[in-house]
Design a protein around this ligand. Structure first.
Ligand SMILES: Nc1nc2c(ncn2[C@@H]2O[C@H](COP(=O)(O)OP(=O)(O)O)[C@@H](O)[C@H]2O)c(=O)[nH]1
Ligand SMILES: [Mg+2]
Length: 278
């Protein structure tokens, strides 16, 4: 546990809402400490880092910083990493969960603004959007900017939303949302993030909103090149198509069928495929 309790928000019942930060990590040694330092610790109950078999000192640094560290036995990928992140956060009693990349790409000092609508009961999914600011000025490559704009436009039409971007790595969720959405059925790859949004839309009854976050591009902040981006883009198109077929009742999708709210966490809560250090 980090920080003191005084600044934490209080639930209507008077209980403090537990904010848990999860960091899906893969070779984050050079950026983890900076990312961690910017977290508003006075608001946070726990910070969990899930290591996807990094080849660098990510785990040692995370332990030194006092994070809760979970180590995958084998590399699962970015989506597989997030599955462990959310399983752990729910298991540890999180009321609100923030997903923060440990690569210092997203500004962790924006977390209070990001979670405020969830704490106020006005939103269940909050996205930190780079496109509410100036992503090109922040160093986003032009081709990523164009691809993001194209996919975002398509997703807005398909989902009936008006978001400025869907591809951000700074997100916050209510516990109710994570308990309802069958995220364990999603891809273990980057498209996990898009599948989750499609699930939220398909479930209905969840408010999605966004706040502006600065764009930060530098060498360690991005490992995804053209080839992986093309795979990701095509996978995103497939998510959109599957969503439309599901919504039109032409082809039902199990992934897009919400679980009962309050149902237990899917998968084995003892996480047999991971080693937990606390
Ligand atoms: N588990 C896992 N995480 C990865 C992998 N590649 C990248 N990541 C994580 O996924 C996040 C996004 O990747 P990144 O390269 O920063 O993508 P970009 O910023 O969108 O270009 C980062 O927090 C990485 O630590 C991987 O192969 N496995
Ligand atoms: Mg990044």
């Amino acid at each position: 546990m980090t920080g003191d309790a005084s600044g934490r928000a209080e639930a209507a019942s008077g209980d403090r809402l537990r904010l848990v930060i999860v960091m899906p990590a893969y070779n984050a040694a050079r950026t983890l400490e900076r990312t961690y330092a910017d977290i508003p610790h006075e608001l946070v109950e726990r910070v969990i880092l899930v290591d996807d078999v990094s080849a660098d000192e990510t785990v040692e640094i995370a332990r030194r910083l006092g994070l809760d560290v979970v180590i995958h036995r084998q590399n699962k990928g970015y989506g597989g990493n997030q599955k462990t992140c959310y399983d752990m956060a729910l298991l540890l009693g999180a009321d609100v969960v923030v997903m923060l990349h440990p690569d210092y790409q997203y500004d962790a000092t924006r977390i209070p603004a990001l979670i405020a609508p969830i704490l106020a009961g006005r939103a269940d999914l909050m996205l930190g959007s780079r496109f509410l600011g100036d992503p090109l000025a922040g160093g986003m490559p032009r081709w990523k900017y164009a691809a993001n704009r194209f996919l975002t436009g398509l997703e807005n039409v398909a989902f009936g939303l008006h978001l400025s971007e869907y591809h951000t790595g700074l997100r916050a969720y209510s516990r109710r949302l994570l308990e309802t959405i069958p995220y364990r059925l999603n891809s273990d790859d980057f498209v996990f993030d898009q599948e989750l949004i499609a699930q939220v839309v398909a479930a209905g009854g969840f408010e999605i909103d966004e706040i502006a976050v600065p764009t930060r591009y530098f060498e360690e902040a991005s490992s995804v090149g053209l080839r992986r981006s093309i795979v990701y883009g095509l996978a995103t198109l497939r998510v959109v198509a599957r969503y439309r077929l599901h919504a039109a009742r032409l082809r039902r999708s199990r992934k897009l069928t919400a679980r009962r709210a309050g149902a237990s966490v899917p998968g084995d809560p003892t996480l047999p495929d991971a080693v937990v250090h606390r």
